[in-house]
Design a protein around this ligand. Structure first.
Ligand code: CO
Length: 208
């Protein structure tokens, strides 16, 4: 991808969209009504809308290194607040991906400067699930499992917020944990049993 082609590509894309509907962008400018909030990794291989077959206006997107939802991260918390209370999304997806370099970095001993506190959140996931992860002897399998467990814990972080708790209670908002497999291109629903997890944690995190 060379930067000089981007504006040409953009004009090509505009033409394509207008060919099928001449008012396409006029309609887009009227507003957005997405039903899904997607929280994913910034990794350039995980092309959010493309892999879901989503069109502009359909998915509200938040991406950062390793699809994290730290409790004190103003950016993630603001995105969740806006998506849930204003856009009234019906689904929140946390989508991790195998071969995530952020997760891999958190499994190694290296001083990465400003990334240390960010990746420490993943080390905390490791500590929470150490008993299970220690039983996985194959390094690649362990790394994949940590990707999945990180998705699960970030979903739990989503559920810790009062906006989400309220929306689950009042209008059955649903939280989903997914993983994108870079190796096959497939999207996997981890089918996390939130009811069971919630039963265990709501005693602690229940706000409303
Ligand atoms: Co990643």
């Amino acid at each position: 991808m060379e930067i000089k082609y981007i504006f040409e590509n953009n004009q090509q894309w505009v033409k394509e969209k207008i060919k099928t509907d001449k008012d396409y962008f006029k309609k887009l400018s009227l507003g957005q009504n997405p039903h899904i909030l997607y929280i994913g990794c910034s990794d350039s291989r995980v092309s959010t809308e493309e892999l879901m077959g989503a069109q502009p206006g359909e998915v509200f997107v938040h991406r950062n290194i390793a699809n994290m939802v730290p409790n004190t991260d103003m950016s993630a918390m603001s995105v969740i607040n806006y998506a849930v209370t204003q856009l009234k999304v019906q689904h929140i997806v946390v989508c991790g991906h195998y071969y995530c370099t952020g997760v891999k970095a958190a499994m190694q001993s290296a001083d990465l400067g400003i990334l240390n506190p960010w990746l420490r959140n993943i080390r905390d996931v490791y500590r929470l699930h150490k008993a299970e992860l220690d039983t996985v002897t194959d390094e690649e399998e362990k790394y994949k499992r940590l990707v999945e467990l990180n998705v699960q814990e970030q979903c739990v972080n989503v559920i810790k917020t009062s906006d989400v708790q309220k929306a689950i209670k009042e209008r059955q908002l649903t939280v989903h944990g997914w993983v994108f497999d870079v190796h096959s291109g497939g999207l996997i629903d981890l089918k996390i049993d939130f009811e069971k997890i919630l039963e265990n944690i709501m005693e602690i995190y229940k706000i409303i």
